[in-house]
Design a protein around this ligand. Structure first.
Ligand code: NAD
Length: 530
């Protein structure tokens, strides 16, 4: 009979109190700013190291390498990684299958302890992880801190949720029987995260999978392999048994191999619509030897709108749109890429945006400007081509240019187009960069109609002082995450379960009370009482 996996390593820990979001660091305080500056120096000395694959707890090298680069200084190598070969992915699946045979039966406290230990380690080394995020994907201090805080939140929240799920029971007890509803794990999962929240989303999907008793083959983004390798170290330090999470670095080919493998039971993916749909198709095809229907949890892109009604508080609306559009250079699935303004306020709103946007500072995120670089040369090119399209589809009122730096980083000005038609390409397609389209609406109803006219349905916000308008938006604004009189980015674990409608994904609601169910299957047991 299988018992606890590794009781001597993972010290049982219980969550300390109710879940509370990790507070954000106040960098206006001298001592906090110094902590991050010191961490940037220390991590700066660790750049360029070589990392290995982690399969069944063993470190492995491959013949092909991949490098991650600092997008603010592309010649600076952040980490050198091994690209997994088909043999490695096969070994990783085998290692995950082997570990599943014990981990699936590990006591829930053992699994939650792993997450709580990991959260403690990360909390103690917060500034260091922020620095890695700054170097690897170009986050400024506050954006990096938010990513690390969300990582801690996911670990703490899912640990508590797993304990709650372990006490689930049937709605009624049938007379003469003992009835149970057990949420058991699925098996080996492929976890495929994006680069833009390379810590929180990567760790969050992994944590949800393992705390419910699954084992994982983790394939991080090629733009953010180092932060994932560092997370593997944290999990091992936290007491993870070998094979529970296996790290296979690489690009689409590695992703495809683990998605298609007949022993893969589920895929947790966050990324673009294009890749999400491709995974959906590949996972649907039954492979020889496969004995289940693969489950897919697919969180994808967005084309998110903020509606500003004629009665809105203009200062708040302008600030909310700018933060949502240009935070992390617009590289968030939740970023506001469409501001839909009711006609009476339109001209004054444009004036205010035209005045405020050029004041945003751009530069090396290590020095904490408002905006850092975009992630790589390919992203820069794509965004620039959308800017050219925007010049034909709208009136350029701010930005539009690349920003030259001595290190040739991938910097773009925050860019705004006014008078954009609701069906223009820049109003419909996800750009994933610092580009905002402003659209004029004839009325509030018209604004809502425009807001709902894309194939996506991720986030949205409304600024209005009118209670009836707020209630109307609650009913008809078709997005997974609706925000009223606040920005449309910055979802908080527990408070804003996150996931979108339509082509934004399967609405899995990460950080919410239903999320862990997606990583389990319910087993109903009825025992006749004697
Ligand atoms: P992406 O789709 O290019 O890549 C995501 C992951 O999929 C990466 O690990 C990548 O290597 C892998 N991949 C690429 N091709 C693959 C294939 N054929 N098979 C299997 N795996 C493959 O996305 P990205 O550029 O890393 O991230 C940005 C996108 O993610 C944006 O569209 C953004 O809106 C979306 N996103 C969505 C959410 C959400 O919660 N809905 C959150 C963050 C980001």
């Amino acid at each position: 009979m299988a018992t606890a996996v590794n009781p001597t390593v993972i010290l049982p820990r219980t969550p300390k109190g109710e879940f509370r979001n990790e507070p954000f660091v106040d960098f206006s305080k001298y001592e906090n700013a110094n902590l991050i500056k010191d961490a940037l120096v220390q991590v700066g000395d660790m750049l360029g190291h070589e990392y290995e694959l982690v399969i069944g707890g063993e470190r492995m090298r491959g013949s092909a390498k991949l490098e991650s680069h600092n997008p603010a200084k592309p010649t600076q190598i952040v980490g050198i990684h091994q690209e997994a070969s088909p043999r490695h992915t096969e070994m990783a699946i085998e290692a995950a299958l082997k570990a599943f045979e014990t981990w699936r039966y590990a006591h829930v406290e053992e699994r939650t302890s792993l997450l709580l230990n990991a959260s403690r380690i990360i909390r103690e080394r917060k500034a260091e992880f922020c620095a890695w995020l700054t170097y690897e994907v170009g986050k400024n201090w506050a954006e990096a801190d938010a990513d690390v805080a969300e990582t801690i939140d996911f670990l703490e929240f899912y640990a508590r949720e797993a304990l709650r799920l372990s006490t689930a029971t049937t709605p009624i007890q049938y007379p003469g029987e003992r009835n149970e509803l057990l949420y058991i794990p699925l098996g080996v999962g492929a976890v495929i995260p994006p680069w833009n929240f390379p810590f929180a989303i990567m760790a969050g999907m992994t944590a949800a999978a393992i705390v419910t008793g699954n084992t994982v083959v983790l394939k991080p983004s090629t733009d953010a392999p180092t932060i994932a390798a560092r997370f593997l170290d944290v999990l091992e330090e936290a007491g993870m048994p070998p094979g529970v999470v296996n790290l296979c670095q690489g690009g689409p080919a590695v992703g495809q191999a683990i998605v298609e493998h007949p022993k893969t039971r589920f895929i947790a993916f966050t990324g673009s619509k294009k890749v999400g749909l491709e995974i959906h198709e590949r996972a649907a095809k039954t492979q020889p030897g496969q004995i289940w229907i693969k489950r897919t949890i697919l969180e994808m892109g967005g084309k998110d709108s903020i509606i500003v009604s004629s009665d809105a508080d203009l200062d708040e609306a302008v600030a909310g749109v700018i933060t949502s559009a240009f935070g992390f250079s617009g590289q968030k699935c939740s970023a506001c890429s469409r501001a839909i303004i009711e006609e009476p306020l339109y001209d004054v709103f444009i004036d205010r945006i035209r005045e405020a946007v050029p004041k945003l500072t751009i530069g090396d995120p290590a020095k904490n400007p408002n905006m850092g670089p975009v992630v790589n040369a390919r992203a820069m090119k794509t965004i620039q081509s959308y800017i050219e399209t925007g010049k034909k589809e709208g009136r350029l009122i701010a930005g539009g240019n690349a920003v030259e730096t001595p290190e040739q980083g991938y910097f773009l000005e925050p860019t705004v187009f006014a008078d954009v038609a609701p069906d223009a390409r820049i109003a419909q397609e996800e750009i994933f960069g610092p580009v905002l389209a402003i659209i004029k609406a004839k009325s509030y109803d018209h604004a809502l109609e425009i807001a709902n006219n894309t194939e996506y349905g991720l986030t949205g916000a409304v600024y209005t002082a009118d209670r009836e308008k707020l209630d109307h938006a609650r009913r008809v604004f078709h997005v997974g995450n609706l925000y009223l009189n606040r920005k449309c980015t910055g979802a908080m674990v527990g408070a804003h379960p996150f996931g979108g409608f339509n082509m934004s994904g399967t609405d899995s609601k990460a950080g919410g009370p239903d999320y862990l169910l997606l990583f389990t299957q319910g087993k109903s047991v009825a025992e006749k009482l004697r």
